[in-house]
Write a protein that binds this ligand. Sequence first.
Ligand SMILES: NC(=O)c1ccc[n+]([C@@H]2O[C@H](COP(=O)([O-])OP(=O)(O)OC[C@H]3O[C@@H](n4cnc5c(N)ncnc54)[C@H](OP(=O)(O)O)[C@@H]3O)[C@@H](O)[C@H]2O)c1
Length: 288
Amino acid sequence: MILITGAAGKTGRAVIAALVARGHPVRALVHRDEQARLVESLGAQEALVGDMRDGATLRNAARGARAVYHICPNVSPDEIAIGKAMIAAAREAAVEQFVFHSVLHSQTEAMTHHWNKLRVEEALFESGLAYTILQPASYMQNVLAGWQTILDRGVYAVPYSVESRMSMIDLEDVAEAAAVVLIEPGHAGATYELAGPDVLTQIQVAEILSKQLGRPVRAEHVTIEAWTRQAQAAGMGAYQIETLVKMFRYYDRYGLWGNSRILRHLIGRAPTRFEDFVKRIVQERAVS
Ligand SMILES: NC(=O)c1ccc[n+]([C@@H]2O[C@H](COP(=O)([O-])OP(=O)(O)OC[C@H]3O[C@@H](n4cnc5c(N)ncnc54)[C@H](OP(=O)(O)O)[C@@H]3O)[C@@H](O)[C@H]2O)c1
């Protein structure tokens, strides 16, 4: 049995699907009752509902599991405490393997949620557990949050420079890599950076969207002030806004890009290019 935490989020759902497709039983830890039905519909054999900030929930979830795939809620102020409690629960349950879903360039102190993941990685080194750390770049799927604006206004809006370079990765490739390290032996002690195959400016991202959608799409730099107003209006918490603003300021100066060769090695094929991801989305949405 493989325990997946944060299982109803977009990462969790993708990892469940990848493991179920390979015939591996999954126990999904979710936050709310309705998410239990969601993960069961994806094929999770067991669904547990609970708060990751509660040690007893984590201990109960880890009991009897062969492996843990730990996904912390996105931009959580409790990331380090949750990570350490999950590690303690995994040790108590004597799990054989602990895979931590980290992030590309967790070494970056200027981005709080990256830096917090590095502290969890450090706790894993000291845990005595057989660990594997995956460090994915930002997902291609993040572009879908602005899909309607892309279609309606022909605008791909980002709160950082349109010249910033990113190597976005297809979440389905991330999930495949996760399944590989969970199923195949020999990944203990490994830390893998996972990046997509294209290092693209946001202008190039808009050009690809434009080509695949067959209509003009331009990249637009939204100011931090305008983004913050929108986030506040949508009810986002102060910690999340402050942390994401730090990330956008970092992206603005340096972008976030890496190398795709490790991903290719893990999944045994060429990683998905952004162009092919957009083609797939356009086809899926035309059918549904
Ligand atoms: N997005 C990216 O591009 C990217 C790239 C690399 C790494 N990552 C990392 O991947 C991780 C997951 O990101 P994601 O975008 O998949 O997250 P997500 O879609 O926001 O999912 C998070 C899940 O955790 C649940 N949750 C929130 N608070 C919880 C709590 N206290 N106890 C139990 N469950 C709780 C949420 O449920 P509710 O709906 O009830 O809140 C949700 O189902 C994050 O750590 C992120 O940093 C993301």
